[in-house]
Write a protein that binds this ligand. Structure first.
Ligand code: HH2
Length: 265
């Protein structure tokens, strides 16, 4: 899954695509590099970020969603990264085929019924708190257990609202209300999340905890660390990798897959 943030302020690619033609060119480049999903978002959720209302999100993304959906080859799906059903609904009308909701239906419960009605894949993610304050003082007694229970509960809530279990994807929400220690525990024990039985999406790309460990203060210098988590995640059973640097992570996946096959997996 290649990341396409059409925002002025995303932590790594904010302001990188000031026009829809630039965004389209990057989307096609990511497909060329091996992405089969393009995740388009109009709201930064970096720590401390302010909310962006539905109208502004739509102004930022709809043209891009329509252009990218119309230009990508068959089999490539556009995902909309939003917590709001109004934005998701318009993006689906414009050609998107998946919803990525970092609030797991807590921001806008209407997103469950929308996804159920449109019969599209739906990713629900764990987050403690809200982007504005989530890194202030995250607390867990057992991060892996709590994240796992949360994802299970939200997946059940989505199903009660009519979302088919086969359309649900779960995501531990790396960096969302978590200290480095919690992020490491969740990646190291990703198999515990995989055990839930839903496809797992892993979003580590260029994130801050990698800078804390490696000293790489510039997000663009965290690509090698990202690639390690991608290979690790595939070994643990994760299925979707949300990344800025597509060919580098594609290469890691191809090599890890070849090794897993030699191991007999
Ligand atoms: N991370 C970000 C945004 N959306 N969605 C899922 N499912 N999982 C993630 O880990 C995830 C996500 C944050 O990264 P990015 O989009 O690069 O930055 P920003 O929020 O500043 O736009």
């Amino acid at each position: 899954m290649g990341i396409l943030n059409v925002t002025p302020d995303s932590f790594s690619d904010g302001g990188a695509y000031p026009s829809s033609s630039r965004a389209l060119a990057r989307a096609l480049e990511m497909v060329e590099e091996g992405a089969t999903l393009i995740d388009i978002g109009g709201e930064s959720t970096r720590p401390g970020a302010d909310r962006v209302d539905a109208g502004e999100q739509k102004r930022r993304i709809l043209d891009v969603v329509e252009q990218v959906s119309g230009a990508v080859p068959e089999g490539v799906v556009v995902s909309v990264d939003t917590t709001l059903s109004e934005v998701a609904s318009s993006a689906l009308d414009a050609g998107a085929g998946m919803v990525n909701d970092i609030s797991a239906g807590r921001d806008d419960p209407g997103i469950f019924s929308l996804v159920a009605e449109r019969e599209v894949p739906y990713c629900l993610m764990h987050m403690q708190g809200t982007p504005k304050t989530m890194q202030d003082d995250p607390q867990y007694s057992d991060a892996v257990k709590e994240v796992r229970e949360f994802l299970e509960e939200r997946a059940e809530a989505a199903q009660r609202a009519g979302v088919e279990s086969g359309r649900i994807i779960v995501d531990p929400g790396i960096g969302f209300g978590k200290l480095t220690e919690h992020n490491l525990q969740l990646i190291a024990q990703l198999d515990k999340i995989v055990e839930l039985g839903y496809p797992v999406l892993l979003g580590t790309s260029r994130k801050r905890f990698m800078g804390e460990i490696s000293g790489a203060s510039d997000p663009g210098q965290r690509v090698p660390a990202t690639v390690v988590t991608t290979g690790w995640g595939l070994c643990a059973g994760a299925r979707i990798f949300r990344v800025h640097d597509v060919w580098q992570n594609r290469q890691a996946l191809d090599l890890t897959q070849a090794l897993l096959e030699k191991e007999g997996r």
